[in-house]
Write a protein that binds this ligand. Structure first.
Ligand code: SF4
Ligand code: NI
Ligand code: CU1
Length: 712
């Protein structure tokens, strides 16, 4: 044991020395008042903040942190204590990296070259849903330099094909790039940086997850370490010889609960379950996954290219394109329709019209017609399945799918075409995924792919448009009053253990991914799963949306953490947030209204906080009156903060969000308030972000919020 502890202490002491020197130099050069911050975060230097509660803002705050580091590395011949020394290394790495940002030396930026460095809060929030659904089943940290780059690339590609989010640190970045690994967040292979200290950028992701989703209080080290160990499915693979700094960083990882698999023989120094050797690279992935108990659902697709969620964000550029199907150029239609069992033939895949053989670039019409039948199938599930086609086709390597219904744009790249990808493979993918994901409601599925323009038009007119219209009418008529059942969703409890969403027809889940119909389908697909029905009973307050049955369900589902929820209020027992919300709503008292900010917006808002700062005010399943996370589409709902007066309280939102929801929001405003073009009255960042200027604009527009009762 002592060889290992010796190494850890040697590494930690080296890092302490480096950090102390770097802090001293920086203060001498820039002064103690010089600002220190990572970009786009509300959590200061997250490791220090989470571990001690200290909010580092200037260089002058750092010497005290160095002292804390030193106290963590007082030598004891005990592995537990040595792990603390590993945490000191993490703190040191964080300070060294932060100094690089503070002094303008951070060499981060262009992704595949130098690494991305610090990961913004908004990215972590956006990872919430894929992590809880298992779409991203785990997080790998690959560090070092491989003796054989091909082995490394095989490991990283294997993770990629399994949907694992992989962070690269060190020369493995260049090695993977040379071997053709496609990198970037959209490919789930993220180069962090070349220096060992850049490993802190994945450590702070885990730590901020605890703060964002887990309601872990800054300074509560013990709860923090329990959270990362139990809820962040991360592990580390080292390539190449280990030096003392890597070993002490590894000890930090182990303290956070992340097992380390090294590709050198550690002999007696192995710690089962925490630090293991795996010298055979063909076993690295399996060993790592089993250490974290990560189970991968294998999807063997009968297609000639890869099929993995890691390819979801892949973009096919014009020059790489073999074939394109684009609305506006050619007719398109995508449709799932319910049939009787005897009307269709299971696993029948038909192509009507030419395939994509020929000279690039081809431009063709596209009809994707999926007919399903099953004893428990319902018409309400048609759009739920249909929306999935977008994801499934995107998972095919070399295929890009955007849009829906009769507004599709699909591209297939040359490489995948040359490897044999043809349109019947779309059918195979859809067939297998329908049977897999919807097995409890679909017994038979047949797919018809159409590239004949007349036939696509016929499909659209005869089957598509009538169904799209009927679904829209159904959605429009679906109000919270028109149904007798709501749903609780607890999917996010794997990260936010006390959080419960209540999903109603007029209020979708705050992630934006779960509508009332989705919840209903989930219940049907997995009766004991994450979505459970709540009978709408015992109305206590109609305007605020308070129901006895909902309170009871939330109390049970939150394990007693929350016992009263107002579905339509921002100020009185608002619904809790996990952390992955698309938008955050907060009060602008000067304007007697609220502002809404979406996750993508990076700028400042009139309340003097960024999205990230506003977002950090709530989360972790805690009720925070005055702050509410919600889905984009809830903004145009008649139930949006109805208790406080509804949508007429909205005084500011980023332009992109405003444009995105304008049609719906204006419709709601017309119906509720009789106001035309309500969005013209709402301020945005292109008009003003300072509250007095916002107020000026609102006054000029005679915004209704100004004449309402005081909001608080
Ligand atoms: Fe998470 Fe709520 Fe979305 Fe369910 S509806 S996935 S609990 S955010
Ligand atoms: Ni098949
Ligand atoms: Cu969530």
């Amino acid at each position: 044991m002592s060889a290992l502890t010796d190494l850890i202490y040697a590494g930690s002491n080296a890092v302490v020395g480096l950090t102390e020197g770097a802090v001293k130099d920086a203060i001498e050069k820039f002064g103690a008042d010089h600002k220190v911050a990572f970009p786009d975060t509300a959590y200061f230097l997250p490791t220090i903040y989470a571990a001690t509660g200290v909010k580092v803002r200037t260089l002058g705050d750092l010497p005290a942190c160095v002292d804390v580091m030193k106290s963590l590395v007082s030598w004891k011949d005990d592995l537990g204590e040595a792990l603390n020394a590993g945490l000191a290394t993490a703190v040191g790495a964080e300070i060294i990296e932060a100094l690089q940002y503070a002094t303008g030396q951070a060499a981060y930026g262009t992704e595949s070259e130098s690494g991305i460095g610090f990961v913004p809060d908004a990215v972590i929030r956006s990872l919430g849903v894929p992590l809880v659904t298992g779409d991203i089943p785990g997080v790998a940290v690959v560090i070092g330099e491989a003796a054989n780059p091909d082995d490394l690339a095989a490991v990283v590609k294997d993770y990629q094909s399994k949907g694992i989010l992989t962070f690269l640190v060190g020369n493995v970045i260049d090695q993977a790039a040379k071997c053709g690994v496609r990198m970037g967040l959209e490919f789930r292979v993220v180069p962090l940086g070349h220096g060992v200290t850049s490993v802190i950028h994945v450590v702070t992701v885990a730590i901020r997850a605890a703060l964002i989703f887990g309601n872990v209080q800054p300074g509560d080290m013990k709860t923090l370490l329990t959270y990362t160990k139990e809820r962040v499915p991360a592990f580390v693979n080292t390539f190449g010889p280990l030096n003392e700094v890597v070993v002490s960083a590894g000890a930090g990882a182990i303290a956070l609960g992340f097992p380390v698999v090294a590709d050198v023989d550690l002999g007696d120094n192995q710690v089962p379950g925490a630090l293991e050797s795996c010298t055979d690279h063909s076993q690295t992935v399996q060993r790592s996954l089993s250490l974290r108990n990560i189970k991968i659902k294998v999807k063997e697709m009968p297609i000639p290219v890869a099929f993995a969620s890691a390819f979801e964000g892949e973009i096919v550029r014009r020059n790489d394109m073999h074939a394109e199907f684009t609305v506006g150029v050619t007719p398109t239609c995508e449709l799932v329709a319910m049939r009787e069992l005897d009307e269709i033939k299971d696993h029948s895949i038909t192509l009507i019209g030419p395939d994509i053989d020929g000279e690039a670039p081809l431009s063709l019409p596209l009809g994707i017609f999926v007919e399903v039948a099953g004893a428990r199938m319902q018409a309400d599930f048609e759009p739920v399945i249909e929306r999935k086609i977008h994801y499934w086709l995107n998972y095919i390597e070399g295929v890009m799918h955007t849009g829906q219904r009769n507004l599709l744009r699909v591209r297939i790249n040359k490489d995948s075409y040359e490897r044999g990808l043809r349109l019947k493979h779309f059918g195979e993918v859809i067939y297998h995924m329908v049977m897999d994901d919807f097995e409890s409601v679909v017994d038979k599925c047949q797919v018809t792919i159409i590239t004949d323009a007349d036939k696509v038009r016929e499909l659209l007119e005869k089957e598509g448009l009538p169904r799209y219209n009927a679904r829209d009418a159904r959605l429009a008529s679906m109000t919270d009053e028109s149904v007798d059942t709501f749903y609780t969703c607890v999917l996010c409890q794997s990260f936010a253990p006390a959080h419960v969403c209540v999903v109603t027809p007029e209020r979708l889940g705050l992630c934006g991914a779960v509508s009332w119909l989705d919840a209903k389908a989930t219940k049907e697909l997995e009766p004991a799963g994450t979505a459970q029905p709540v009978k709408k009973e015992g109305c206590l307050d109609e305007a605020k949306g308070i129901y006895e049955s909902v309170n009871k369900a939330v109390e049970e589902a939150s394990h007693g953490a929350v016992s009263s929820v107002s579905l339509y209020s921002l100020l009185e027992d608002p619904m809790t947030s996990c952390g992955c919300f698309e938008c955050i709503c907060g009060i602008l008292p000067e304007a007697n209204g609220v502002i809404i900010v979406n996750r993508e917006f990076k700028g400042m808002t009139p309340v003097g906080m960024t999205f990230g700062e506003l977002a950090s005010m709530t989360g972790g399943g805690v009720q925070t009156p005055g702050f509410m996370g919600h889905g984009r589409h809830f903004t145009s709902s008649k139930k949006f903060i109805k208790a406080e007066g509804g949508i007429q309280r909205i005084v500011w939102m980023p332009k992109e969000l405003k444009d995105d929801i304008a049609t719906r929001l204006n419709k709601t405003a017309k119906e509720l308030l009789g106001i035309d073009n309500f969005t013209d009255m709402i301020c945005d960042e292109t008009i003003a972000t300072e509250s007095d200027k916002v107020l000026e604009f609102l006054t000029e527009k005679n915004h209704p919020a100004l004449s309402m009762d005081p909001i608080m």
